[in-house]
Design a protein around this ligand. Structure first.
Ligand SMILES: *Cc1c(COP(=O)(O)O)cnc(C)c1O
Length: 377
Protein backbone atom coordinates (compact mmCIF):
# COMPACT_ATOMS: atom_id res chain seq x y z
CA UNK A 1 0.00 0.00 0.00
CA UNK A 2 1.39 3.43 -0.92
CA UNK A 3 1.35 5.90 1.96
CA UNK A 4 -1.11 8.79 1.66
CA UNK A 5 0.33 11.76 -0.16
CA UNK A 6 -1.51 15.03 0.43
CA UNK A 7 -0.30 18.28 -1.12
CA UNK A 8 1.06 20.83 1.42
CA UNK A 9 -2.03 22.97 0.75
CA UNK A 10 -4.41 20.11 1.54
CA UNK A 11 -2.35 19.20 4.60
CA UNK A 12 -2.71 22.80 5.76
CA UNK A 13 -6.48 22.63 5.32
CA UNK A 14 -6.61 19.64 7.66
CA UNK A 15 -4.45 21.45 10.20
CA UNK A 16 -6.74 24.48 10.05
CA UNK A 17 -9.84 22.31 10.45
CA UNK A 18 -8.28 20.59 13.44
CA UNK A 19 -7.49 23.93 15.09
CA UNK A 20 -11.04 25.19 14.47
CA UNK A 21 -12.68 22.08 15.93
CA UNK A 22 -10.43 22.23 19.00
CA UNK A 23 -11.43 25.83 19.60
CA UNK A 24 -15.19 25.14 19.20
CA UNK A 25 -15.46 22.03 21.31
CA UNK A 26 -15.39 23.67 24.76
CA UNK A 27 -17.83 26.42 23.71
CA UNK A 28 -20.41 23.90 22.53
CA UNK A 29 -22.83 24.25 25.45
CA UNK A 30 -26.25 24.18 23.78
CA UNK A 31 -26.16 20.70 22.27
CA UNK A 32 -26.21 17.50 24.30
CA UNK A 33 -22.93 16.08 23.04
CA UNK A 34 -20.39 15.02 25.60
CA UNK A 35 -16.97 16.20 24.36
CA UNK A 36 -14.95 14.78 27.25
CA UNK A 37 -13.56 11.41 26.15
CA UNK A 38 -10.35 9.66 25.19
CA UNK A 39 -10.64 6.83 22.69
CA UNK A 40 -6.98 6.68 21.70
CA UNK A 41 -6.94 2.95 22.68
CA UNK A 42 -9.18 2.33 19.68
CA UNK A 43 -7.39 4.29 16.94
CA UNK A 44 -5.71 1.14 15.59
CA UNK A 45 -9.11 -0.37 14.75
CA UNK A 46 -9.49 2.27 12.04
CA UNK A 47 -7.04 0.12 10.04
CA UNK A 48 -9.85 -2.30 9.17
CA UNK A 49 -13.00 -2.13 7.10
CA UNK A 50 -15.18 -3.35 9.96
CA UNK A 51 -18.87 -3.83 9.19
CA UNK A 52 -21.64 -5.16 11.46
CA UNK A 53 -24.15 -5.76 8.66
CA UNK A 54 -27.21 -7.68 9.83
CA UNK A 55 -28.58 -8.89 13.15
CA UNK A 56 -25.99 -8.73 15.96
CA UNK A 57 -27.42 -11.88 17.59
CA UNK A 58 -27.47 -13.93 14.41
CA UNK A 59 -23.98 -13.27 13.01
CA UNK A 60 -23.04 -12.71 9.36
CA UNK A 61 -20.79 -14.14 6.64
CA UNK A 62 -18.70 -10.97 6.86
CA UNK A 63 -16.02 -11.87 9.39
CA UNK A 64 -14.59 -8.37 10.03
CA UNK A 65 -17.20 -7.50 12.61
CA UNK A 66 -17.44 -6.55 16.30
CA UNK A 67 -20.81 -8.17 17.04
CA UNK A 68 -19.52 -9.90 20.15
CA UNK A 69 -18.75 -6.47 21.62
CA UNK A 70 -22.00 -5.06 20.28
CA UNK A 71 -23.97 -7.73 22.18
CA UNK A 72 -22.18 -6.80 25.42
CA UNK A 73 -23.06 -3.13 24.88
CA UNK A 74 -26.70 -4.07 24.26
CA UNK A 75 -26.80 -6.20 27.40
CA UNK A 76 -25.67 -3.19 29.46
CA UNK A 77 -28.37 -0.99 27.94
CA UNK A 78 -30.95 -3.75 28.51
CA UNK A 79 -29.97 -3.75 32.18
CA UNK A 80 -30.15 0.08 32.37
CA UNK A 81 -33.62 0.11 30.78
CA UNK A 82 -34.93 -2.90 32.79
CA UNK A 83 -35.65 -5.00 29.71
CA UNK A 84 -37.30 -8.37 30.49
CA UNK A 85 -34.62 -11.12 30.70
CA UNK A 86 -34.26 -13.07 27.41
CA UNK A 87 -37.24 -11.21 26.00
CA UNK A 88 -35.45 -8.24 24.42
CA UNK A 89 -33.61 -7.60 21.19
CA UNK A 90 -31.69 -4.60 19.87
CA UNK A 91 -28.79 -3.22 17.86
CA UNK A 92 -26.34 -0.33 17.75
CA UNK A 93 -27.82 2.32 15.44
CA UNK A 94 -26.48 5.36 13.62
CA UNK A 95 -28.16 7.56 16.26
CA UNK A 96 -31.36 8.38 18.09
CA UNK A 97 -33.33 9.03 14.92
CA UNK A 98 -32.74 5.54 13.51
CA UNK A 99 -33.75 4.06 16.88
CA UNK A 100 -36.99 6.05 16.86
CA UNK A 101 -37.62 4.95 13.30
CA UNK A 102 -37.07 1.31 14.30
CA UNK A 103 -39.50 1.57 17.25
CA UNK A 104 -42.16 3.19 15.07
CA UNK A 105 -41.57 0.56 12.38
CA UNK A 106 -42.17 -2.32 14.80
CA UNK A 107 -45.26 -0.53 16.12
CA UNK A 108 -46.65 0.01 12.64
CA UNK A 109 -46.03 -3.63 11.64
CA UNK A 110 -47.92 -4.76 14.74
CA UNK A 111 -50.76 -2.27 14.30
CA UNK A 112 -50.96 -1.35 10.60
CA UNK A 113 -54.01 0.84 11.27
CA UNK A 114 -52.64 2.32 14.49
CA UNK A 115 -52.52 6.04 15.16
CA UNK A 116 -49.32 7.51 16.55
CA UNK A 117 -49.68 10.18 19.25
CA UNK A 118 -46.79 12.49 20.00
CA UNK A 119 -46.51 15.86 21.71
CA UNK A 120 -45.69 19.24 20.21
CA UNK A 121 -42.29 19.09 21.93
CA UNK A 122 -41.27 15.89 20.14
CA UNK A 123 -37.98 15.92 18.20
CA UNK A 124 -38.40 17.23 14.64
CA UNK A 125 -37.25 13.94 13.10
CA UNK A 126 -40.35 12.06 14.26
CA UNK A 127 -42.79 13.84 11.93
CA UNK A 128 -40.47 12.86 9.06
CA UNK A 129 -40.37 9.20 10.11
CA UNK A 130 -44.15 9.07 10.38
CA UNK A 131 -44.48 10.56 6.92
CA UNK A 132 -41.99 8.05 5.48
CA UNK A 133 -43.92 5.17 7.02
CA UNK A 134 -47.36 6.52 6.17
CA UNK A 135 -48.36 6.10 9.78
CA UNK A 136 -51.52 7.94 10.80
CA UNK A 137 -50.64 10.40 13.53
CA UNK A 138 -52.06 13.09 15.78
CA UNK A 139 -50.08 15.77 17.58
CA UNK A 140 -50.95 16.23 21.24
CA UNK A 141 -50.62 19.57 23.03
CA UNK A 142 -47.69 20.15 25.35
CA UNK A 143 -47.77 21.70 28.78
CA UNK A 144 -45.72 24.90 29.17
CA UNK A 145 -42.89 22.91 30.82
CA UNK A 146 -42.62 20.59 27.78
CA UNK A 147 -44.45 17.50 29.09
CA UNK A 148 -47.30 16.01 27.11
CA UNK A 149 -50.69 17.47 28.04
CA UNK A 150 -52.31 14.35 29.52
CA UNK A 151 -55.83 15.82 29.44
CA UNK A 152 -55.49 16.41 25.69
CA UNK A 153 -54.10 12.87 25.26
CA UNK A 154 -57.05 11.37 27.17
CA UNK A 155 -59.61 13.31 25.17
CA UNK A 156 -57.99 12.44 21.84
CA UNK A 157 -57.64 8.74 22.71
CA UNK A 158 -61.27 8.66 23.83
CA UNK A 159 -62.43 9.86 20.41
CA UNK A 160 -60.33 7.18 18.62
CA UNK A 161 -60.92 4.28 21.00
CA UNK A 162 -61.45 1.84 18.14
CA UNK A 163 -57.89 2.29 16.77
CA UNK A 164 -54.80 0.93 18.56
CA UNK A 165 -52.66 3.80 19.87
CA UNK A 166 -48.92 4.03 19.22
CA UNK A 167 -47.62 6.40 21.89
CA UNK A 168 -44.39 8.19 21.11
CA UNK A 169 -43.17 9.26 24.57
CA UNK A 170 -40.40 11.80 25.10
CA UNK A 171 -37.99 10.75 27.80
CA UNK A 172 -36.29 14.10 27.97
CA UNK A 173 -37.47 16.58 25.33
CA UNK A 174 -34.82 18.32 23.27
CA UNK A 175 -35.63 21.83 24.46
CA UNK A 176 -36.56 21.47 28.15
CA UNK A 177 -35.61 17.91 29.14
CA UNK A 178 -39.26 17.12 30.05
CA UNK A 179 -40.17 13.46 30.61
CA UNK A 180 -43.60 12.18 29.50
CA UNK A 181 -44.97 10.10 32.38
CA UNK A 182 -45.39 6.48 31.22
CA UNK A 183 -47.31 5.57 34.38
CA UNK A 184 -49.88 8.27 33.69
CA UNK A 185 -50.13 7.33 30.01
CA UNK A 186 -50.70 3.65 30.90
CA UNK A 187 -53.29 4.67 33.50
CA UNK A 188 -55.21 6.74 30.93
CA UNK A 189 -55.29 3.78 28.51
CA UNK A 190 -56.42 1.39 31.27
CA UNK A 191 -59.12 3.82 32.25
CA UNK A 192 -60.41 3.98 28.68
CA UNK A 193 -60.20 0.14 28.47
CA UNK A 194 -57.77 0.31 25.56
CA UNK A 195 -56.11 -3.12 25.38
CA UNK A 196 -53.98 -3.02 22.23
CA UNK A 197 -51.35 -0.30 22.44
CA UNK A 198 -47.67 0.29 21.80
CA UNK A 199 -45.34 2.69 23.61
CA UNK A 200 -42.02 3.83 22.16
CA UNK A 201 -39.72 5.79 24.48
CA UNK A 202 -37.40 8.36 22.90
CA UNK A 203 -34.71 8.50 25.57
CA UNK A 204 -32.02 10.08 23.36
CA UNK A 205 -30.34 11.98 26.19
CA UNK A 206 -32.08 10.97 29.44
CA UNK A 207 -31.77 7.24 28.75
CA UNK A 208 -28.20 7.57 29.99
CA UNK A 209 -29.16 9.78 32.96
CA UNK A 210 -32.22 8.15 34.54
CA UNK A 211 -30.56 4.72 35.18
CA UNK A 212 -28.16 6.46 37.56
CA UNK A 213 -30.45 8.68 39.67
CA UNK A 214 -32.21 7.72 42.91
CA UNK A 215 -35.77 8.65 41.90
CA UNK A 216 -36.15 8.31 38.11
CA UNK A 217 -39.41 9.16 36.35
CA UNK A 218 -41.05 5.97 34.94
CA UNK A 219 -39.44 5.34 31.51
CA UNK A 220 -38.28 1.69 31.28
CA UNK A 221 -39.62 -1.58 29.86
CA UNK A 222 -40.74 -2.36 33.42
CA UNK A 223 -42.83 0.84 33.29
CA UNK A 224 -44.54 -0.22 30.08
CA UNK A 225 -42.25 0.83 27.21
CA UNK A 226 -42.23 -1.57 24.24
CA UNK A 227 -39.13 -0.09 22.59
CA UNK A 228 -36.51 2.45 23.66
CA UNK A 229 -34.04 4.53 21.65
CA UNK A 230 -30.94 6.10 23.25
CA UNK A 231 -28.21 8.16 21.56
CA UNK A 232 -24.59 7.10 22.13
CA UNK A 233 -22.93 10.39 21.21
CA UNK A 234 -25.01 12.40 23.69
CA UNK A 235 -24.50 11.52 27.36
CA UNK A 236 -21.88 8.80 26.85
CA UNK A 237 -19.95 10.73 24.22
CA UNK A 238 -18.55 9.48 20.92
CA UNK A 239 -16.61 10.98 18.00
CA UNK A 240 -19.09 9.43 15.56
CA UNK A 241 -22.88 9.63 15.95
CA UNK A 242 -24.38 6.36 17.19
CA UNK A 243 -27.11 4.99 19.44
CA UNK A 244 -28.87 1.93 20.73
CA UNK A 245 -32.39 0.66 20.15
CA UNK A 246 -34.04 -2.08 22.19
CA UNK A 247 -37.43 -3.72 21.68
CA UNK A 248 -39.46 -6.63 23.00
CA UNK A 249 -38.24 -9.78 21.26
CA UNK A 250 -41.67 -11.25 20.53
CA UNK A 251 -42.58 -8.14 18.52
CA UNK A 252 -39.29 -8.15 16.61
CA UNK A 253 -39.59 -11.85 15.72
CA UNK A 254 -42.82 -11.13 13.92
CA UNK A 255 -41.08 -8.83 11.44
CA UNK A 256 -37.70 -10.57 10.95
CA UNK A 257 -36.79 -11.64 7.43
CA UNK A 258 -33.83 -13.79 6.42
CA UNK A 259 -31.57 -12.64 3.53
CA UNK A 260 -29.37 -15.33 1.99
CA UNK A 261 -26.77 -13.07 0.32
CA UNK A 262 -25.32 -11.72 3.56
CA UNK A 263 -26.19 -14.87 5.54
CA UNK A 264 -27.84 -12.63 8.07
CA UNK A 265 -31.24 -11.84 9.48
CA UNK A 266 -32.34 -8.51 8.06
CA UNK A 267 -33.82 -7.13 11.26
CA UNK A 268 -32.05 -3.76 11.24
CA UNK A 269 -33.05 -0.60 9.33
CA UNK A 270 -29.55 0.15 8.04
CA UNK A 271 -27.84 -2.54 5.94
CA UNK A 272 -24.11 -2.01 6.45
CA UNK A 273 -23.62 -0.77 10.00
CA UNK A 274 -20.61 0.67 11.80
CA UNK A 275 -18.53 -1.92 13.60
CA UNK A 276 -16.46 0.88 15.11
CA UNK A 277 -19.21 2.62 17.10
CA UNK A 278 -20.04 -0.52 19.16
CA UNK A 279 -16.35 -0.58 20.12
CA UNK A 280 -16.52 3.07 21.20
CA UNK A 281 -19.59 2.41 23.35
CA UNK A 282 -18.05 -0.75 24.80
CA UNK A 283 -14.83 1.10 25.65
CA UNK A 284 -16.78 3.86 27.36
CA UNK A 285 -19.02 1.52 29.35
CA UNK A 286 -16.10 -0.66 30.45
CA UNK A 287 -13.71 2.17 31.31
CA UNK A 288 -16.26 4.12 33.37
CA UNK A 289 -18.19 1.18 34.83
CA UNK A 290 -21.54 1.72 36.57
CA UNK A 291 -19.88 3.67 39.38
CA UNK A 292 -18.11 5.98 36.91
CA UNK A 293 -21.32 6.54 34.94
CA UNK A 294 -23.21 7.36 38.12
CA UNK A 295 -20.47 9.74 39.11
CA UNK A 296 -20.51 11.47 35.71
CA UNK A 297 -24.30 11.89 35.83
CA UNK A 298 -24.28 13.23 39.39
CA UNK A 299 -21.52 15.72 38.61
CA UNK A 300 -23.57 17.03 35.66
CA UNK A 301 -26.78 17.24 37.72
CA UNK A 302 -24.88 19.13 40.43
CA UNK A 303 -23.45 21.52 37.85
CA UNK A 304 -26.90 22.04 36.32
CA UNK A 305 -28.21 23.05 39.76
CA UNK A 306 -25.22 25.36 40.13
CA UNK A 307 -25.99 26.94 36.74
CA UNK A 308 -29.62 27.65 37.73
CA UNK A 309 -28.36 29.41 40.90
CA UNK A 310 -25.82 31.49 38.98
CA UNK A 311 -28.41 32.62 36.41
CA UNK A 312 -30.87 33.55 39.14
CA UNK A 313 -28.20 35.50 41.00
CA UNK A 314 -28.07 37.69 37.86
CA UNK A 315 -31.85 38.02 37.75
CA UNK A 316 -32.19 35.61 34.81
CA UNK A 317 -35.19 33.26 35.25
CA UNK A 318 -33.53 29.88 34.62
CA UNK A 319 -35.02 26.51 35.58
CA UNK A 320 -34.50 22.79 35.19
CA UNK A 321 -36.70 19.64 35.42
CA UNK A 322 -35.92 17.01 38.10
CA UNK A 323 -33.14 14.61 36.94
CA UNK A 324 -32.36 16.86 33.98
CA UNK A 325 -29.15 18.57 32.93
CA UNK A 326 -31.00 20.90 30.54
CA UNK A 327 -31.06 24.40 32.04
CA UNK A 328 -33.75 26.52 30.39
CA UNK A 329 -33.65 30.33 30.22
CA UNK A 330 -35.19 33.16 28.14
CA UNK A 331 -33.67 33.29 24.66
CA UNK A 332 -30.42 35.27 24.94
CA UNK A 333 -29.61 38.42 22.91
CA UNK A 334 -28.05 37.82 19.45
CA UNK A 335 -24.54 38.85 20.61
CA UNK A 336 -24.47 35.68 22.79
CA UNK A 337 -25.26 33.45 19.84
CA UNK A 338 -22.11 34.47 18.00
CA UNK A 339 -19.76 33.42 20.76
CA UNK A 340 -21.56 30.37 22.13
CA UNK A 341 -23.08 27.43 20.30
CA UNK A 342 -26.69 27.57 21.54
CA UNK A 343 -29.83 25.97 20.09
CA UNK A 344 -32.70 28.48 20.55
CA UNK A 345 -36.38 27.82 19.93
CA UNK A 346 -39.18 30.34 20.09
CA UNK A 347 -38.56 32.35 23.24
CA UNK A 348 -36.25 30.01 25.13
CA UNK A 349 -32.67 28.84 25.03
CA UNK A 350 -30.88 26.20 27.02
CA UNK A 351 -27.56 25.15 28.40
CA UNK A 352 -27.00 21.42 28.40
CA UNK A 353 -24.66 20.73 31.25
CA UNK A 354 -22.62 17.89 29.79
CA UNK A 355 -19.36 16.72 31.39
CA UNK A 356 -17.26 19.19 29.35
CA UNK A 357 -19.45 22.08 30.59
CA UNK A 358 -17.57 22.84 33.81
CA UNK A 359 -18.31 25.46 36.45
CA UNK A 360 -15.77 27.95 34.99
CA UNK A 361 -17.51 27.55 31.60
CA UNK A 362 -20.90 28.12 33.28
CA UNK A 363 -19.54 31.22 35.05
CA UNK A 364 -18.22 32.63 31.76
CA UNK A 365 -21.53 31.92 30.02
CA UNK A 366 -23.65 33.55 32.73
CA UNK A 367 -21.31 36.55 32.88
CA UNK A 368 -21.56 37.05 29.09
CA UNK A 369 -25.35 36.72 29.25
CA UNK A 370 -25.59 39.28 32.06
CA UNK A 371 -23.34 41.69 30.10
CA UNK A 372 -25.38 41.23 26.92
CA UNK A 373 -28.55 42.20 28.83
CA UNK A 374 -27.11 45.49 30.04
CA UNK A 375 -27.84 48.50 27.83
CA UNK A 376 -24.66 49.86 26.13
CA UNK A 377 -23.05 52.73 28.10
C1 LIG B 1 -31.11 14.30 19.79
C2 LIG B 1 -32.48 13.79 19.88
C3 LIG B 1 -32.99 12.89 18.93
C4 LIG B 1 -32.23 12.51 17.68
O1 LIG B 1 -31.11 11.81 17.98
P1 LIG B 1 -29.91 11.75 16.93
O2 LIG B 1 -28.96 10.88 17.68
O3 LIG B 1 -29.44 13.15 16.72
O4 LIG B 1 -30.42 11.13 15.69
C5 LIG B 1 -34.25 12.40 19.13
N1 LIG B 1 -34.98 12.75 20.18
C6 LIG B 1 -34.53 13.61 21.11
C7 LIG B 1 -35.40 13.95 22.28
C8 LIG B 1 -33.26 14.16 20.99
O5 LIG B 1 -32.84 15.02 21.92
Amino acid sequence: MTPPNLSPADQQRLDDLYARLRECSTRSVGYPCNQAFDYSDLFRFLEFSINNVGDPFHGTNYRLNTMEFEREVLADFARFSRAPADEWWGYVTSGGTEGNMYGLYVARELFPDGICYFSEDTHYSVAKVLRLQHTRNIMIKSQPDGQMDYADLRETLRIHRDVPPIIFANIGTTMTGAVDDLAQIRAIMDDLAIGNAYIHADAALSGMILPFVDAPQPWTFADGADSISISGHKMLGSPVPCGVVLARKANVDRIARSIEYIGALDTTIAGSRSGFSPLLLWHRLRSLGDAGLRNMVHTCLGNAGYAVQQFRAQGIEAWCHPNSITVVFPKPPPSMMEKWTIAPRKNIGHLIVMPHVTRPTIDAFVADYATALKPPP
